[in-house]
Design a protein around this ligand. Sequence first.
Ligand code: BGC
Length: 490
Amino acid sequence: MFVLDLKLPEDFLWGTATSAFQIEMGMGEVDVNSDWYVWVHDEDNIRNGIVSGDLPENGPGFWELYPSDLRLAKEELRNNAFRMSIDWSRIFPEPTWDVPVRVHYDSDGNIREVDVTEESIRLLDERAYKPSVRRYREILSECRNLGLTVLLTLYHWPLPLWIHDPIACRDDISHSNRRGWLDQRTIIEFAKYSAFIAKTFGDLVDIYATMNEPMVVSGAGYFSEKSGFPPGINDLNLFVKVTKNLALAHGIAYEQIKRWDENSCSKWGPAYVGIVHNPQYFEAYNADSREDVIAAEFLAYLQNEWFLNMIVRGDFDMNLDMRVDPSEQRPSLAGRCDFIGVNYYMRIRVKGAESRIPGIPGYETIPCRENCTDMGWEIYPEGIRYELNWAYRLYRRPVMVTENGIADAKDEKRSEFLRAHISEVEKAINDGVPVEGYFYWSLIDNFEWAKGFKMRFGLFRVDYETKRRIPTKAVKVYRQIIEGLKSFSL
Ligand code: BGC
């Protein structure tokens, strides 16, 4: 018997988090037009073990089954919120390059602003693939009917193929002409897409995240060959460039959403716009070792602070020396973030190692030995309290737990994981941190990117043959926590 005497704000958002690519396919229309779709089908990637060989078209089928899935969220979990994403390639399977907009650059040639006009929106509307627009409207309306406040992510990783050819980039980045986030033009297209989404769905959505975990997009994609993420390149310069482009894209999308969503449909409206970030809890393996401490501090800076410093403070530390020289300050790009979404999963222990890149401390991470999830991630609930405090105290923005969850195929650890982490969230609130919500990752089992279907994060298990949803033990626990019971048994 556990006792959890929760004292959380009444309008606290309780939900689950999902993403389009991971749950939609499996029934109904398959979206073949994204880089991720091509990436996980690529035979070289499958043969080399870069990806699992599982295919998203065998997934949970939310595209058709959303009415019953959303009811599970409402009725079984008693949630009042739902985090979902829209896939860009579903809305614009064909290029939007030629839809005219005015682009403003700063003195260094960085894109600073994009003017999307009524006429651009009209042309975008002509290009948009109507069956997808209709279906997303149906999903968002269903959330509304059920009283689920939506947190909508505009970019949760797949890019349209006309923007990014991941195989050509993997094989020869210098010759591909569809270079994804390496190309500044992607920022302009993202501005158009963001404006269109805000205009088209603004009557149903008030809370937006421009993008999910940009540091994973740049880090796993461009600073690690074996991560399983497209395009699977390891090049510090490209990693820095992509991260910066993502930061610029976030800021520009922020402006578009604010400009084009004029409709308020909740107390959050019309447009409350943040970022979903994944600060990690790095700890020196040996607190007495100077190398280990330096390595952990550097990783915490690189992974946790660097990107937020760009979008919140306008500090663009491009040489990664952990200092911001006046020439690296962009005050006109600061402050474009209403809240910080924190995705928290684990503790990472770090050891110093020989540096392979001048100016960057060497490091290695220690594999989890005890208290591990199926992903091999170390369970460490205290870390979530730390990260929430950290994000709020450094950036002075309200925070939300936008993901927290466990891959646990045997359904042995999830209930306690959930209870322990929510209890730490409550401690963060008692520390004075304005935490506005908690979203468990995920509602249902789903396509775990390069690792496929083996990793089971769902509160509801999915039988991929029959598409049946089967509650895990944690469903009852989550419901009881939300209903505010002071004590419950597992
Ligand atoms: C991502 C999800 C992913 C989850 C578990 C997060 O990094 O946003 O898409 O499935 O972690 O790995």
